[in-house]
Structures are given as C-alpha cells and as structure tokens.
Ligand binder design. Sequence first.
Ligand SMILES: *[C@@H]1O[C@H](CO)[C@@H](O)[C@H](O)[C@H]1NC(C)=O
Ligand SMILES: *[C@@H]1O[C@H](CO)[C@@H](O)[C@H](O)[C@H]1NC(C)=O
Ligand SMILES: *[C@@H]1O[C@H](CO)[C@@H](O)[C@H](O)[C@H]1NC(C)=O
Ligand SMILES: CC(=O)N[C@H]1CO[C@H](CO)[C@@H](O)[C@@H]1O
Length: 295
Amino acid sequence: MQAPSWVFVFSVALLGSVVLPDTARAYRPVVIVHGILDSALALFHLRNAILEAHPGTEVYMVAMFQDMKSAWPMWTQVLGFGNAIKNISDIHKDQGINIIGYSQGGLISRGVIQSVDDLNVHTFISLSSPQGGQYGDTSYLFLFPHYLKDSLYKILYSKFGQTFSVGGYWRDPHHLDLYRSTSQYLALINQETRLPNPNATSYKTNLTKLKKLVLIGGPEDGVITPWQSAHFGNFDENETVVPLTEQDSYKNDDSGLRTLNERGDLVLLEMAGITHVKWHVDPTVFRYLIQPYLS
Ligand SMILES: *[C@@H]1O[C@H](CO)[C@@H](O)[C@H](O)[C@H]1NC(C)=O
Ligand SMILES: *[C@@H]1O[C@H](CO)[C@@H](O)[C@H](O)[C@H]1NC(C)=O
Ligand SMILES: *[C@@H]1O[C@H](CO)[C@@H](O)[C@H](O)[C@H]1NC(C)=O
Ligand SMILES: CC(=O)N[C@H]1CO[C@H](CO)[C@@H](O)[C@@H]1O
C-alpha cells in the first residue's frame, strides 16, 4: 500500500511545476479606453505590450467616441462607454476586469466605475488623466482658438461650454465659485459641486468597490496641468498645487479616496521624462508602472 501515496506526492509535485507556471496563469481581461482626439487603434502598442507580458489575456479596445467625437460631453461618453464596459464586465462577472484609461479616457472610466450599476472592476489604472481637473493651455483647446486659459472660463462655464468634454473637467482656480455651480461632471464626481448631487453616495461607494486604484503621472507630461492632476492634485487660487491628501474633500472622505488609501489600495506612481503622448507607448512605463498591477 505504499505505491499510491508515492504516486500522490509525485503528482502534486508535477502539478506544482506543470500546471502553475507564470505564463499559464489566467490574467483578468483588460479594457482600454482611449483619450481625446484619439482612437482605440492608437492604443495598439499598449495592447501588444499586455499580450507580450501576459500571453492569452483578453484585451478589449473600446472603439467609441473617437477623434472629434471625443469632444462630446463627458456624461454622454460615460453612458456610451459604460454600456460597452458593462457588457464586457458581465461576460467576466466572476473574475472581474481591469481597466486602463488614458488621458481623458481615464476620467471617463472613473465616471463609469462610479456611476454604472453592478460592474466588477478589480483594478483601475489611470494613465495621466486629469482626475483633479485641467487648467492649462494645450493644443487640445484648438476648439476655442480665441481664448487663453485665463479667459476660457467665460465660455466653458456656460451651458454651451458644458457641451464639450473639456468643459466638464475645466477647473479654473480663479473662478472656483463658477466651477462649483456650473461644472456638470468633475465637480459632481469629485464632490466639489454646489449643484444638487443626488448620486453622491453611490459615486463614493462604487469607487471604494475597486480593489486597487493606480494613478500614474509625471512632471514632464506637458499637457495635463497641473501634472499632479493625474494624482487628483489641483491648483489653489494662487496656482499652488494642493496634493490630494491636503484637500478638504479627501479629509472628509467625500469621494471614498481616503477609504481606498487607508485600505492600502490607492497607488500613486510618478515617472520623470515622459511626455503626454508617450505614456501608452513607453516600454519602461509599461514594465514598471502598469504590468505589476495587471493580475
Ligand atoms: C451590450 O449588450 C446589449 C445586450 O446584449 C446589446 O444590445 C448592446 O448593443 C451592447 N452594447 C454595447 C455598447 O456593446
Ligand atoms: C443619478 O443617477 C441616475 C441613475 O443612474 C441618473 O439617471 C441620473 O441622471 C443621475 N443624476 C444626476 C444628477 O447625475
Ligand atoms: C494666496 O496668496 C495670497 C497673497 O499672498 C494669500 O493671502 C492667500 O492666503 C493665498 N491663498 C492660499 C489658498 O494660500
Ligand atoms: C459597481 C457598483 O457597485 N455599482 C453600484 C453603484 O451604485 C448604485 C447605487 O447605489 C448601485 O445600484 C450599483 O450597484
């Protein structure tokens, strides 16, 4: 009667070496959401990097609101991307999905995570997205050629301006009252609004359902302003950057970020020397900042 137990030990050892090598592990599917004036195809690099590192991963590149349509209002895009992401999440209900949102796509993804019912998102990676708002001149503002950043509030904080995606997350530190009373998007999901915000509680609880929130940005970004907005930083009235943990809404845990942080599930990552258009193509960014969080 010795043989069976020997066979048993042997097969366990075999299992250990044959069934569980790294490449055969099942990684969660990844959904990629593109940025402004961009298309899903532009993120092909990122898709290939994921497949090379973790062969067999299902990678979904959501091809919606591409190019000029990426300037459509934020909630319109959150609804559209939300339907697509909900479908993908339902297919993988038990395992859950990971989401990578690049630039404006990271701000749309966060809206989806906070407002769509019954998603199962494990990790959300925000790749240089203006999570704390935008206040800076960039080529992306070509839609309003006659305005500089200090006068853009006149157009963006109006009914008309709010019909553009950037109007939804323009955060002018010299007109915060207007921002709080007109921003239809960022001020609501960041809990800075003076408008009725009936969904505030569910925005918060839904955010804290994430297993991990990874925020990536860096000082040479050149588009996201201040660059710390990638980490929820924002400007005060003197254009001094206020880091997330010094903001009142964080201290009061209004949006759930403090809960995530105190749970050890909020990760702020910074890399020098990466310009805005390189975050999704630079192999070092992928290897050290993204890949470790895809499980
Ligand atoms: C999501 O799934 C529903 C039902 O299967 C389908 O009607 C709809 O077109 C899908 N939406 C997207 C954006 O894929
Ligand atoms: C609150 O959420 C509901 C259901 O998702 C939505 O129909 C409604 O427009 C939201 N209200 C606001 C003010 O965002
Ligand atoms: C901005 O600068 C002015 C003048 O130096 C100062 O009085 C004010 O307290 C500063 N505001 C903040 C939020 O630090
Ligand atoms: C993913 C998730 O938990 N979604 C929830 C967001 O909040 C609404 C309202 O509380 C819930 O119905 C969803 O299930």
